[in-house]
Design a binder for this molecule. Structure first.
Ligand code: LLP
Length: 399
C-alpha cells in the first residue's frame, strides 16, 4: 500500500501491519511443522494486538503469555484457554490467580519458590495447576547480550542441578500437576543449528522424567532485518524433528513459542520528516516517531530498514535518522542512505517493526502511544487508536 496516501488518512506516526505478510508467515510456520506432533503458541509479547493474535488463532495457533494482561489479550484474540501457556520469571499473585481462573493449559514455572506460591494459590482456589518446569539448559545463543536467556548466569528457569529439589516440592503438593518441561534458548536466532544443542539437551532431560507428555522448546526463530540469508521455519523443522523424533513417536507433544517470526516483517512504523538539519558535517533527518515508539535501535543497537515512501531520482546521502525524544540515544540509524532531496513532510517507512515495536512503546516525554492500522489488500482499518498523554493524565491523582 502507498504509505503517502495512508498517511493522509491517519496522522503520523502510526504502525501499519500488512495482513498478507502476517498470513504468509503464519502459513509458513504451520506448514513447516504440520507433519509433526508440534503445537505452535504465538508469543503475544511480540505484538499483543488482538486483531493480530486473532489471525494466528484462526490458523489453529495457541498463545504464549507472561502476564494476566497478555492472557486477556490472547483470549480477546480468540485463543482457547487450553491452548494458552504462561511463562514469566516474576509472575505476580494476580497473574497466577488469573491464569488458574482462566483455565489456561500450562503454567511454566521458573523457580522453586514459585512452585510453592502457585500451589498455595491453587489450594486456596480449589483447583489443580497444570505446570511445566522451565529449565535453563545452559546453552548460549549467538545474539545480543540483552537477548540471551539460556546462560547459567541468566535469571530464567531452573538449572538442571536443581531439578531434584523441584521434583521433591512438586511431589509434596497435590495441587500441582506436572505435565511439561520447557525452555527458551534465545531470540533472533538466524541459524537452525544454533538451537540444536539446546533441543538435544532438553530432549535427553525429558527422557529421564516420568509422566510428562509435553516438551516446550520456546521461541527464537529470527528474521532478516538486513535482507541477508536467514533460516526459515522449514530449516528449523528438521532440527526439531531430529532432536525429538523418539519423543514424538511415543506421543509427546512438542510446543514452540514463535513471536518475532510471525509479527516482525509485517509491521512498518510510518513517520513524517519534521526537520532536515545540517550540523557538524552531518545531515540529521528528524522524524515525528521516537525511541518511545520503537526502542529496539536505542536498546539493542538493532537495525531496521528505512526508506522514503516516495520515489526520488536524487543522489543518496548518508543521514542520521533521529526521533525527537530528549536523549542522544534516540537515533533510529546513523549513516543511512536517503535521497538528498528529503524534505519536511516526507513520509519515512521504518520496516520490520511489527515485533517488539508497539508492544515495547511508552509515553516517555508525554508522547502518545501510537495507533495501529491493519492493511488487507486495498483496505486499511484501525485496529487500535492512539492513546494520548492526556488520556494517561486522567489516571493521575490530584497533585
Ligand atoms: N518464549 C519465551 C519464554 C520468550 O521469552 C520469548 C521471547 C519468546 C518465546 C518469543 O521469542 P521470539 O520467537 O520472538 O524470538 N524485545 C526483544 C526480544 C525479547 C524476546 C524475549 N523473549 C527484541 O526486540 O528483539
Amino acid at each position: 500500500m502507498d504509505m503517502v496516501a495512508l498517511a493522509r488518512n491517519y496522522p503520523t506516526p502510526f504502525y501499519a501491519y500488512d495482513a498478507e505478510v502476517l498470513r504468509a508467515r503464519i502459513a509458513e510456520l504451520t506448514e513447516a511443522f504440520k507433519a509433526q506432533n508440534v503445537s505452535l503458541h504465538y508469543a503475544v509479547k511480540a505484538n499483543d494486538n488482538p486483531a493480530i493474535i486473532a489471525m494466528a488463532a484462526k490458523a489453529g495457533i495457541g498463545g504464549c503469555t507472561v502476564t494476566a494482561g497478555e492472557i486477556k489479550r490472547a483470549l480477546a484474540g480468540g485463543i482457547a484457554p487450553a491452548m494458552i501457556l504462561m511463562n514469566g520469571v516474576g509472575k505476580t499473585d494476580t497473574d497466577i490467580r488469573f491464569a488458574l481462573a482462566s483455565g489456561i493449559g500450562q503454567i511454566n514455572v521458573e523457580s522453586i519458590p514459585e512452585l510453592t506460591v502457585i500451589a498455595d494459590i491453587a489450594r486456596d482456589m480449589g483447583v489443580i495447576a497444570p505446570i511445566g518446569l522451565r529449565i535453563n539448559p545452559e546453552v548460549e545463543a549467538d545474539t545480543h547480550s540483552h537477548l540471551a536467556t539460556g546462560r547459567r548466569t541468566d535469571k530464567f528457569g531452573t538449572l538442571v542441578e536443581d531439578l531434584p529439589e523441584a521434583k521433591h516440592v512438586i511431589a509434596s503438593r497435590p495441587e500441582l500437576k506436572w505435565i511439561a518441561l520447557s525452555c527458551h534458548i534465545g531470540t533472533q536466532v538466524h541459524n537452525a543449528s544454533e538451537l540444536r544443542r539446546g533441543y538435544e539437551v532438553m530432549s535427553a532431560l525429558f527422557s529421564e522424567q516420568e509422566g510428562l507428555d509435553r516438551l516446550d522448546l520456546g521461541g527464537g526463530f529470527g528474521v532478516s532485518y538486513k535482507g541477508d540469508s536467514y533460516a526459515k521455519p522449514a530449516d528449523f523443522a528438521p532440527v526439531v524433528l531430529e532432536a525429538t523424533k523418539q519423543l514424538q513417536a511415543r506421543g509427546v507433544r512438542i510446543q514452540l513459542e514463535p513471536g518475532r517470526y510471525i509479527a516482525a516483517e509485517a509491521g512498518t512504523l510510518v513517520t513524517k520528516v519534521l526537520y532536515v538539519k545540517k550540523s557538524g558535517g552531518q545531515t540529521f533527518v528528524i522524524v515525528d516517531a521516537g525511541m518511545n515508539d520503537l526502542i529496539r535501535p536505542a536498546l539493542y543497537d538493532a537495525y531496521h530498514p528505512m526508506s522514503l515512501a516516495r520515489s526520488s531520482k536524487a543522489a543518496h546521502i548518508p543521514c542520521v535518522i533521529a526521533g525527537g525524544v530528549c536523549e542522544s540515544g534516540d537515533v533510529f540509524a546513523r549513516g543511512r542512505m536517503l535521497p538528498s532531496d528529503v524534505v519536511r513532510g516526507d513520509i519515512l517507512e521504518i520496516g520490520f517493526a511489527g515485533a517488539y515495536g508497539h508492544a515495547m512503546s511508552s509515553f516517555y516525554n508525554a508522547r502518545p502511544r501510537l495507533a495501529e492500522v491493519l492493511i488487507d489488500g486495498n483496505e486499511a482499518r484501525l485496529i487500535r487508536r492512539a492513546l494520548t498523554a492526556e488520556e494517561f493524565d486522567a489516571a493521575t491523582l490530584a497533585a
